[in-house]
Design a protein. Structure first.
Lengths: 139, 172
C-alpha cells in the first residue's frame, strides 16, 4: 500500500520511553566499553554530589530519536542526524522523542524529508535537539 | 564521556593556558591536535550485539537478527569502538582525563547505505577541530571534534559520524 508524502509542518508521531531503566544502562556501558560509573554506581553518584539517579548514556538518548524516525519513516530510512546534547537524562525519567517536517525535496528520483527533532524530558528540559533527514519509502 | 554540555553564554576565551597537573595544555596544543589521525580499525556487527543494542535503546522488537538484516542506525556512532584508541587515550590526546568530566557536545550521523548485521566495516578518522571558549558559568573549556568514516568490505564509504567533546579546563 502506497503512502503519501508528508507535508511541511507535519508533526511526527511521538515516541515515548515511559521510564528510563537503569538496568539497561549497565548493558549499554558494556556495549560502549564506557567505564564511567555515573551510569551504574549509585555510591559514585552520591560521592560526586550528583543525586541518587543514574545518568543515561548520551548515545542511548540519541537512539530514542533514531527509533522515532524509523518508526515513522521505516527501517533503514535515516540518512542524517545532527543533534546537540543539552541536558542529562536520569533513571526514571519519562521521555518523548518528536519532531516536525521542515522540508520535502526530491533528488535523483527519491524523496528526502528534512525535520527538526528533539528529545523532551517530561516535566523538564529538552535533552537533545537538532535536525534529521530521512529517505521516504513509498510503501 | 557521559554527561552533556550545557554551556550558555559561550564566547571565545582570552589567551591562556589550562593545566592538568604539571602539563599545561595550551591553545597551541589544541591547534596541533587538528588533523591527527586515529589508528583506526575494524568492527563487525555481531547478531547478538545488534540484539542487545536494540533492546537497550528500545528499538523495534524483531526476534534474533539474521545476517544481512538492517542494523540499528546507532551503530554508526558505535563505530567509535574501532577508532583504534581508548576513550582514556583520546582524552589524553586532548590533555584531559575522565575525572575532568568531559561531556558529549554535538553529534552528526551521515548514512549513505544502512549498516548490516553480520558485516565487517573499516573505520578511519581524525580530529577535525579544536576550539577554546569561555562561559560565564562554565569557565574555560575546549571543544574537540572528530570524524570517523566507515567503509564496507569493498572499501566504499557507507557512513560517517562526527562528534564533539567538551573539556572543562582549570585555569592556571
Amino acid at each position: 500500500m502506497n503512502r503519501s508524502l508528508p507535508n511541511v509542518d507535519e508533526v511526527l508521531p511521538v515516541w515515548v520511553n515511559e521510564s528510563v531503566d537503569p538496568e539497561r544502562m549497565k548493558t549499554m556501558a558494556a556495549l560502549l566499553d564506557d567505564s564511567n560509573p555515573i551510569h551504574f554506581d549509585l555510591m559514585t553518584l552520591k560521592k560526586l554530589g550528583m543525586g541518587d539517579r543514574q545518568v543515561n548514556q548520551g548515545p542511548s538518548n540519541l537512539g530514542y530519536i533514531l527509533n522515532m524516525l524509523e518508526e515513522w519513516a521505516g527501517a533503514g530510512s535515516v540518512r542524517q542526524v545532527r543533534v546537540r546534547f543539552s541536558s542529562n537524562v536520569h533513571a526514571g525519567d519519562c521521555l518523548q522523542a518528536g519532531g516536525t517536517v521542515t522540508r520535502v525535496r526530491q533528488e535523483d528520483g527519491r524523496h528526502f524529508i528534512d525535520c527538526n527533532v528533539h528529545l523532551q524530558i517530561d516535566g523538564g528540559d529538552v535533552a537533545l535537539a537538532g535536525t534529521a533527514t530521512v529517505i521516504w519509502k513509498e510503501h | 564521556m557521559s554527561g552533556t554540555a550545557s554551556l550558555d553564554q559561550q564566547q571565545d576565551a582570552s589567551p591562556q593556558e589550562t593545566s592538568r597537573g604539571s602539563h599545561p595544555f595550551t591553545e597551541s596544543h589544541l591547534r596541533d591536535l587538528v588533523g591527527r589521525e586515529f589508528p583506526g580499525g575494524e568492527f563487525t556487527i555481531e547478531p547478538h550485539r545488534q540484539w542487545l543494542l536494540n533492546d537497550v535503546v528500545l528499538g523495534r522488537p524483531g526476534g534474533f537478527p539474521e545476517p544481512g538484516s538492517l542494523a540499528h542506525p546507532l551503530y554508526v556512532y558505535l563505530s567509535t569502538g574501532a577508532m583504534g584508541i581508548t576513550w582514556d587515550e583520546l582524552f589524553e590526546w586532548c590533555g584531559a582525563a575522565a575525572e575532568d568530566g568531559p561531556m558529549f557536545g554535538e553529534h552528526e550521523t551521515d548514512v549513505i547505505s544502512p549498516l548490516l548485521v553480520g558485516s565487517t566495516y573499516t573505520v578511519t578518522g581524525r580530529i577535525v577541530s579544536g576550539v577554546r571558549k569561555a562561559g560565564r558559568r562554565a569557565g574555560v573549556f575546549d571543544i574537540v571534534a572528530y570524524t570517523l568514516d566507515i567503509a564496507d568490505a569493498a572499501g566504499e564509504r557507507v557512513a560517517s559520524t562526527t562528534n564533539s567533546i567538551v573539556f572543562p579546563r582549570r585555569s592556571e
